[in-house]
Design a protein. Structure first.
Length: 134
């Protein structure tokens, strides 16, 4: 039983840590089409996308899809083809090779009370204490 609770606690901690890491990664700038994240778009990126598309390689954290899904419909061989076109200087309608700067999360503005209470509620001196009837 104790081991089961430890496993559940570890799973919860891992999930929270992973979501924090993913959230942080989503705000980092990236080069569109740079599947391997080395700062350049070349044929290696196209091959990586092809390998993922045919399940030879894996995109475990979604970072490759984020960088290499150039047409925004999910990572597939079309993205690999578009990257190959960019590498061979054939024009595409996508911003392959350009840096993408995701919007930074904005701070939540919470409504502040307009005026703090200035006076404590007072008890009426003439008010008699409640005495239950017997
Ligand atoms: Ca690359
Ligand atoms: Ca795509």
């Amino acid at each position: 039983m104790k081991r089961l609770l430890m496993c559940i606690a570890a799973a919860i901690i891992f999930t929270v840590a992973l979501s924090v890491c993913c959230f942080a990664a989503d705000t980092e700038p990236y080069m569109l089409g740079d599947a391997d994240g080395n700062g350049d778009v070349d044929v290696v990126d196209a091959v990586k996308v092809q390998r993922i598309a045919i399940f030879v390689d894996h995109d475990t954290d979604g970072s490759v899809e984020r960088r290499a899904d150039v047409n925004g419909d999910g990572l597939d061989t079309v993205d690999a083809t578009l990257i190959q076109r960019h590498v061979t200087h054939i024009k595409t309608p996508y911003a392959i090779g350009e840096w993408i700067y995701p919007e930074q999360p904005t701070e939540q503005i919470t409504e502040q009370p307009t005026q703090a209470p200035t006076q404590k509620p007072t008890k009426d001196k003439d008010e008699l204490p409640f005495v239950p009837a017997r």
